[in-house]
Design a binder for this molecule. Structure first.
Ligand code: IMP
Ligand code: MG
Length: 173
């Protein structure tokens, strides 16, 4: 059975926004290197495209977290399912996320990662739903602010489907 998906942001809109974010990051980190941390699985498509648009030296690492919640709303605390391979000490880190919703996941993640003594941590998200924010997170780079709708594509899933869509869509229910 396939769901009807309405396009919210086209492939062209997403691509040109990522290019813009890459340019901003390259300027902000001139003379430094950036260590990108991808939060799996949703952040992976965005991180690959973003990394290609950054002109300062880039290194990459991956982690996977799950929230202790009831499925649709994250409770707050997060559990590391797959940890990073590399230490963060002395690095300028950017956490790359697909979307920020309540902000709970990132709030806890930042707290955990700061204990590893990076030089800095910034957050870059492709999408933000500011209306939904519960936890306090300082988001440095936002691709698009979007309304409170459930979106898929560009890494985002609905029951593990649609991550591979090259655009952002809303599943019609
Ligand atoms: P937060 O802790 O509530 O900010 O949770 C953010 C996470 O929930 C994201 O990294 C996504 O994995 C997931 N999420 C939130 N909104 C959506 C959506 O509209 N579509 C797909 N996944 C979403
Ligand atoms: Mg995510």
């Amino acid at each position: 059975m396939s769901d009807k998906i309405n396009v919210l942001l086209t492939e062209e809109e997403v691509d040109s926004k990522i290019k813009e974010l890459g340019e901003r990051i390259s300027k902000d980190y001139a003379g430094k290197s950036v260590h990108l941390i991808c939060v799996l699985k949703g952040g992976v498509f965005f991180m690959c495209e973003l990394a290609k648009r950054i002109t300062v030296p880039v290194s990459l690492d991956f982690m996977s977290v799950s929230s202790y919640g009831n499925g649709t709303t994250s409770s707050g605390a997060v559990k590391i399912v797959k940890d990073l391979d590399e230490p963060l000490e002395g690095k300028d880190v950017i956490i790359v996320e697909d979307i920020i919703d309540s902000g709970n996941t990132l709030h806890y993640l930042v707290e955990i990662l700061y204990k590893r003594k990076p030089s800095s941590i910034k957050i870059c998200t492709l999408l933000d739903k500011p209306e939904r924010r519960v936890a306090d997170v300082n988001v440095d780079y936002v691709g698009f602010n979007i309304p409170d709708k459930f979106v898929v594509g560009y890494g985002l899933d609905y029951a593990q489907k649609y991550r591979n869509l090259p655009y952002i869509g809303v599943v019609e229910v």
